[in-house]
Design a protein around this ligand. Structure first.
Ligand SMILES: [Zn+2]
Length: 245
């Protein structure tokens, strides 16, 4: 049976003489393992779509549990990501996050679009990797249902100044209402407003704001702790990225 899909290559492994086994993330079928014949040959029509971070329209042939790539048209290749180890390692981490939260079938279109958007933005702005990481991690959490209420859980008011965020529960407190004890982070008002923007902005505008380098770092620490607590995700690729800094 032949099927047309869209797919982003998030992993590749040599297979046989000139072939590859690709790990491909799709918008609505989760992660697929797809074989290519000739994926390592420059002259092959499948060469370009068999590269890491290539995003293509693909035709796949399914026989039993085996999927083979028969045709592909590249829509985008984020080749700049391979030129810088920080970008490359961050791209691998966010692909890991996207694939672990979109396991199995179901409509995961918005996470997939966020991933493509993040890879594109990272490929053009490698120096903004800290903020891109924070935006991606937070937005994924919000999309899978861990968006904080954005009101203080103690007094019920919308915080007017600095806040305290509990990254084990996603609960928010005004600075006056919450203690900083335990697994909580203090956020200056600007950092809180950036988090609120990431939660509320339309998909296409999610990167269209700026914060100081310090605020980007705070957001990145918060998003990472929140993500690890909520999903229990394996952090090998995150550790690799952090070792590159
Ligand atoms: Zn309060």
């Amino acid at each position: 049976m032949y099927t047309d899909i869209q797919g982003l290559v998030i992993g590749e492994k040599k297979q046989g003489e000139n072939g590859k086994l690709l790990t491909v993330l799709t918008p609505n079928l989760g992660v697929l393992k797809i074989s290519t014949k000739g994926g390592t040959k420059l002259t092959s029509s499948l060469f370009a779509s068999s590269q890491l971070f290539a995003y293509s329209d693909m035709t796949i042939y399914q026989k039993g549990n085996f999927l083979t790539l028969t045709e592909a048209t590249v829509k985008d290749v984020f080749f700049e990501l391979n030129e810088d180890l920080v970008s490359l390692s961050l791209a691998c981490w966010i692909c890991e996050v996207a694939s672990s939260v979109s396991v199995g079938e179901g409509e995961q279109g918005e996470i997939f679009r966020l991933l493509l958007n993040s890879l594109w933005y990272l490929s053009k702005n490698p120096d903004k990797h800290t903020l891109i990481k924070a935006v991606f991690e937070l937005r994924v959490l919000f999309l899978i249902g861990f968006c904080p209420e954005l009101i203080c859980v103690n007094c019920g008011a919308e915080p007017k100044g600095d806040v305290i965020f509990d990254y084990t529960s996603g609960e928010l407190f005004c600075a006056e209402c919450g203690s900083k004890q335990g697994e909580r982070m203090f956020l200056k008002r600007d950092t809180y407003l950036a988090m609120k923007y990431i939660a509320m902005s339309p998909p296409k505008r999610v990167f269209m704001f700026s914060v100081s380098d310090d605020d980007a770092l705070t957001l990145s620490r918060l998003s990472e702790r929140f993500l690890i607590n909520m999903t229990g995700i394996n952090t090998t690729k995150l550790d690799f990225y952090k070792n590159m800094l």
